[in-house]
Design a protein around this ligand. Sequence first.
Ligand code: SAH
Ligand code: SF4
Ligand code: F3S
Length: 461
Amino acid sequence: MSAKSTPRNQPRKVFIKTYGCQMNVYDSDRMVDALGADGYVETKVMDDADLVLLNTCHIREKASEKVFSELGRIRDFRDERGAGAKKMLIGVAGCVAQAEGEEIMARAPAVDLVIGPQSYHRLPDLVSRAHNERVIDTEFPEEDKFAHLPAPKREVTIARGLTAFLTVQEGCDKFCSFCVVPYTRGAEVSRPVAQVLNEARGLAGAGVREVTLLGQNVNAYHGLDDKGRPVGLGALCHMLAEIEGLERIRYTTSHPRDMDDELIAAHRDLPQLMPYLHLPIQSGSDGILKAMNRRHTARQYLDLIDRIRAARPDIALSGDFIVGFPGETDADFADTLAIVEKVGYASAYSFKYSIRPGTPGAEMDNQVDEAVKTERLAALQAAITHKQQAFNAGCVGLTLPVLMEKPGRMPGQVAGRSPYLQPVHVMADAALIGQIVPVNITAQGKNSLSGTIVTADRLAV
Ligand code: SAH
Ligand code: SF4
Ligand code: F3S
């Protein structure tokens, strides 16, 4: 056997399964990048992995419980693969690792490694240690992990596609009374401006056309510039808009209290900033908003939306809702339905309140019955679907600039994205992938639009 074909020289393979929000999707890529510098390549199948990582989410009870059942399955798979096969390490990352690291070590002996989100730059070291002993690292280290995480290779970025996530801010100081994020992700931290711009230039240079800036509280961004002055998200968007090739900018998730004038003005002034805003309110009832510690009223939220719409009249709004927060009455819930009606969301996510240990909501004694939560969730989702369909129907007949992203499911079809984040299916030459082309929207499906390319037409956006 030649030296080249010995197993020692074959790259080791990492399989990552990602749960939860977009920040976890971003983090999983960065973990692949960190391990890439150490000779690992990503595999999309667990069968041939040397390392399996679960990047977990702790936001609701179901999400965290899933981790333990999945760990059981992976352990069984490893056992079946048998002692003769190569060794496979099992690691748990993400928010469950951060919140329940010790419990995972105790409950799941098959786990070799537990790593919290702030330690991802240490991953290669921790993995090599995990070959000899079980390892846990859930500290909040002093050093800036982003300064130590390697950038992806150009060909890796190219393979990831035309749209990319870019985390600019992590953690949260808001402490909504239902939420674990301030505990799992720690205090709010913004990445320095130069670091963000460098990463964005790297992405654009590798062909990325659309970047979504991420943060648990992204519009609280206040990264420092080279002179040590804080820069807000609106100003950051202006700087990103200067980058050659970067044609679209989005950001998520925003808190209503951090939607400042500069950011609202950026929606008016920057064509690159897409007319889509995820701005959760959680409940339409002032009493519930107070109990949730959201620190604003329904009226203030609606006034804010008026100001945003004055700056960018066509903006599509999206939100998150929780039904069945402790003490929620039928009247409170009716207020939530009224908000959906008034705002006319283009899309929205809704969840049954889930008790999270350690949060103030868990201590409240007026918990709502599961059956009531189920009923309210169904009613809310019906109202949201209705609004979403109305929004999509309003797009039929318009000509929208569509980012042609990838081959569609049908032959000859290309799948793209509208400015309002809707998937758009177009019969088109695959050579157009990577370009933004005017598409006349001719029909709406359940969650998508379809249309035909127009060559000489005025764009609606
Ligand atoms: N930072 C974002 C939300 C992050 S969590 C914000 O402030 O809006 C994403 C969504 O999960 C939340 O908006 C909320 O709707 C939902 N969520 C968070 N904790 C929850 C809980 N305990 N039960 C049910 N839904 C929850
Ligand atoms: Fe959670 Fe509230 Fe922070 Fe959002 S703002 S991450 S809901 S505590
Ligand atoms: Fe879940 Fe952590 Fe994101 S709890 S929603 S993965 S920040």
